[in-house]
Design a protein. Structure first.
Length: 195
């Protein structure tokens, strides 16, 4: 498992990764490890091989290697919110992998799960785009669909590459609730270009 040597550390405090990410609308980013080897295989099975049960396996790994440390040193969020898929992509896949992950994480952590966001713009697949194209592709792609009554929320997604998607999701929340504290939990982050 290619998890970090010190899992549960805020990736935004690690310049090798943080310097490549788009300036975030969130305060913390926790990931299981780099998107390679076993994590890459598991996430690919979850997203592209119609194996939604893999979300449960990834959530177990996240709880064991990341949440165990977060729960000792960080404020625990009030609510877990998944990054939504477009209706078109949801219809094609039949499930939202971020929602499956967030529901499993919610059940295991005893933190409330809440579908607070909707995708209001159909976007191209981020994997097909360069850094600048990713920014434009996800610009204003999300909106709140329900009010949020909490001080600290966590957004869940499978993979962070440039952070464009998760950042736009966070921006939609910050527009309405500028004082909310947002953390991001992802199963993997793209390997740092500086390594």
């Amino acid at each position: 498992m290619p998890h970090f040597a010190s899992p549960g550390m805020n990736v935004l405090d690690q310049p090798a990764y943080a310097d490549y990410l788009i300036a975030p609308y969130y305060q913390q980013l926790f990931v299981l490890g780099e998107y390679r080897e076993l994590l890459q295989k598991l996430i690919s099975q979850l997203k592209f091989a119609n194996k939604p049960l893999v979300a449960e396996v990834l959530a177990i790994f996240f709880m064991r290697f990341v949440f165990a440390r977060i729960s000792l040193f960080e404020d625990i969020p009030d609510t877990i919110v998944p990054v939504p898929l477009s209706n078109r992509r949801y219809a094609k896949r039949g499930y939202n992998q971020a929602r499956l992950l967030s529901r499993s994480l919610s059940r295991m952590s005893k933190i409330r799960h809440f579908d607070a966001l909707k995708r209001i713009k159909n976007t191209k697949k981020q994997t097909e785009l360069g850094r600048e194209e990713r920014l434009n592709n996800t610009l204003d792609a999300f909106a709140l669909c329900r009010p949020i009554s909490c001080k600290h929320i966590v957004l869940v997604d499978d993979v962070i590459t440039t952070g464009a998607t998760i950042n736009e999701a966070c921006k939609a929340i910050v527009k309405v609730y500028p004082d909310v504290h947002i953390s991001v939990w992802a199963m993997a982050i793209a390997p740092s270009p500086k390594r």
